[in-house]
Design a protein around this ligand. Structure first.
Ligand code: CTP
Length: 446
C-alpha cells in the first residue's frame, strides 16, 4: 500500500485545495493530511487565517478524499511524520517547488500542479474587513505601533494625532490631523497612546462616538473609570481593549493554559518583577508626576497580568510599599497581594534594577520564566524530580505589538465584545490597584 502525505493551512477551503487533495490521493492508496495548528500558523507569520484549526480539519475531512487528518504543530515535524506514518510520497503544490527537496532522503517528493486563479489569500482579500485606525498620541510606543500595523493584514492607519504635530508627521505627514475629534471622525477604531492621565477622557470620547478603542496600558487609573468605559463600550456595541502586549502573546498564553490545566498543581505563589534603569534623562515622561509617571503606573499592569489571570480578581488585600523620589513619583514599588490560599508579589523599578523574572509556585512544581518574562519566548516547568522538568520554546516577534493589534482586529471582525486573554474584569481590577495606590490606601512609603 502506497502512503501519501501532504500539508497545508486549508483556510476557507477552496477548489484549489480540493484539486490538490484529489491529485495527492491519486498518487497512492492512503492519504494523510497535516493541517497546521493556529499557533504554528501565527509563528510562521500567517496572522489572519479565518477558520480555526478545528474548522479547517472538519473542512478537509468533509471533502471525503482524505483517509486521515493530523495536526502540524512544529518546525521539523514533517520528517517525524514521514518516519512515524511510514510514508512513501510527500507532496505539495508547485508553489513550493524545490522547498521540500530535503525530504527526498526519507521518501519520494512530488510537486503537484497548482490550480491557477484561486487561493486562501485571494478569498480573504475579497471579503476583507479593513479596520481603519487613528493613532492618538504619537510618541515612542506609537512609533512602534505604526510599524506593527503593517504586520496585520486587516488593519491600516488612517489618521495620526498628537499635540506636537511634528511627532505625528514623523510617521506620515499625509495622515496628520489637528484634533482628537478629527482623528475619531476619520476612523473606525482609535489607538490611544497618550500619557496615562489623558486616556480616560480620550477613550470615553471615542467610545461615545461609536469607535472601537485600543488603549495603552494602564488603561485608566481609577476603577470607576474603567467600569464606566466598559459600560459605554457595551452599550455602543464596540470593542474596548487594554493594550497589554504580554496578554496576547503566544508563549504567555500557553503558559497560562498549562498552569490552568494543573501541571504544577494548585498555584500558591506568584512573584513577578520588572525594572528599567535608563538614567533619569531617558525616563523623563516615565518619572514626570504631571504625566502620571512612576513605576506602578508605568509598568504595573505587566506583573499584575499573571496574578489576575491565574489567581483571579477577587483578592483579599494588597499592601503596597514604595520609595518615592523628590518629585513624588515611585522609583521602586513592591506589592503583596493576598488571596485565600495564595499570595502574589510584584516588584517594579524605574531607576532601581532588579531581576525581571516570573516564578509561579504550585503544590506540585513551579514555572520559571527568565527575564524579560513579559516578552518571553521561553519558559520551564520544574519539579522536585528534575527528570520531569520541561522547557518550552516559542517565537516572540519584537516589539510584540502585533499580538495586541491582531487580537483587537480579530475581536472587531468577529463581532466579539471582549477578549478571554484580558477580560474587562481583569482590566478593571488593575485599575483598582492603580486607584488604591493614588489614594495611598495600604500604601507605605519606605
Ligand atoms: N494549493 C493548490 N492550488 C491553489 C491553492 C493551494 O494546489 N490554488 C495547494 C498548495 O500548494 C498546498 C495546499 O493546496 O499544497 C494547501 O495550501 P494552503 O497554503 O492551505 O492554500 P493557499 O490557498 O495557497 O493559502 P494561502 O493563500 O494562505 O497561502
Amino acid at each position: 500500500m502506497k502512503r501519501v502525505i501532504t500539508y497545508g493551512t486549508y483556510d476557507l477551503l477552496h477548489e484549489g485545495h480540493i484539486n490538490l487533495l484529489r491529485r495527492a490521493k491519486a498518487l497512492g492508496d492512503y492519504l494523510i493530511v497535516g493541517v497546521t495548528n493556529d499557533s504554528f500558523d501565527r509563528e510562521r507569520g500567517k496572522l489572519n487565517v479565518r477558520n480555526n484549526v478545528l474548522e479547517r480539519v472538519e473542512a478537509v475531512k468533509a471533502t471525503g478524499i482524505v483517509d486521515e487528518v493530523i495536526i502540524e504543530d512544529y518546525v521539523g515535524q514533517k520528517i517525524d511524520d514521514i518516519l512515524k506514518y511510514d510514508i512513501d510520497i510527500f507532496t505539495v503544490g508547485s508553489d513550493w517547488e524545490g522547498k521540500f527537496d530535503y525530504l527526498s532522503e526519507y521518501c519520494e517528493v512530488v510537486y503537484l500542479p497548482r490550480t491557477e486563479g484561486v487561493s486562501s489569500t485571494m478569498l480573504r482579500a475579497e471579503n476583507e474587513v479593513l479596520v481603519n485606525i487613528a493613532i492618538v498620541g504619537c510618541g515612542r510606543i506609537a512609533q512602534r505601533f505604526y510599524a506593527e500595523v503593517d504586520k496585520v493584514d486587516a488593519a491600516r492607519v488612517v489618521a495620526l494625532y498628537d499635540t506636537n504635530r511634528e511627532a505625528a508627521a514623523r510617521l506620515d505627514e499625509s495622515l496628520v490631523v489637528d484634533s482628537l475629534e478629527e482623528a475619531v471622525e476619520a476612523a473606525d477604531a482609535v489607538y490611544i497612546a497618550t500619557p496615562h492621565n489623558l486616556h480616560y477622557q480620550q477613550a470615553k470620547y471615542a467610545l461615545e462616538h461609536g469607535r472601537h478603542v485600543l488603549c495603552e496600558t494602564p488603561m485608566v487609573l481609577r476603577e470607576g473609570e474603567a467600569e464606566e468605559l466598559f459600560a459605554i463600550a457595551k452599550e455602543r456595541g464596540v470593542v474596548l481593549l487594554e493594550a497589554n502586549k504580554t496578554a496576547f502573546s503566544p508563549a504567555f498564553n500557553h503558559l497560562v493554559t498549562l498552569v490552568k490545566s494543573g501541571l504544577i498543581g494548585d498555584v500558591v505563589g506568584i512573584d513577578a518583577s520588572e525594572s528599567k534603569l535608563w538614567g533619569e534623562e531617558n525616563l523623563k515622561r516615565e518619572l514626570d508626576p504631571d504625566m502620571a509617571g512612576g513605576s506602578l503606573y508605568e509598568m504595573g499592569s505587566y506583573p499584575l497580568l499573571p496574578i489576575v489571570r491565574l489567581l483571579g480578581v477577587d483578592y483579599e488585600q494588597i499592601d503596597i510599599y514604595s520609595r518615592m523620589n523628590e518629585r513624588g513619583v515611585d522609583v521602586y514599588t513592591r506589592g503583596i497581594v493576598r488571596y485565600k490560599g495564595a499570595i502574589a508579589s510584584f516588584q517594579l523599578g524605574l531607576g532601581v534594577k532588579t531581576e525581571g523574572n516570573l516564578v509561579i509556585s504550585g503544590t506540585q512544581g513551579y514555572v520559571y520564566v527568565p527575564s524579560p518574562w513579559w516578552k518571553t519566548d521561553y519558559f520551564e516547568l520544574r519539579y522536585e524530580d528534575q527528570n520531569r522538568n520541561k522547557k518550552y520554546f516559542y517565537k516572540w516577534d519584537e516589539p510584540g505589538l502585533r499580538y495586541e493589534i491582531q487580537e483587537f482586529v480579530s475581536l472587531i471582525i468577529n463581532h466579539r465584545s471582549s477578549s478571554a486573554r484580558l477580560t474587562p474584569r481583569q482590566s478593571i481590577a488593575m485599575a483598582r490597584v492603580m486607584e488604591q495606590f493614588a489614594n495611598r490606601e495600604n500604601m507605605f512609603e519606605i
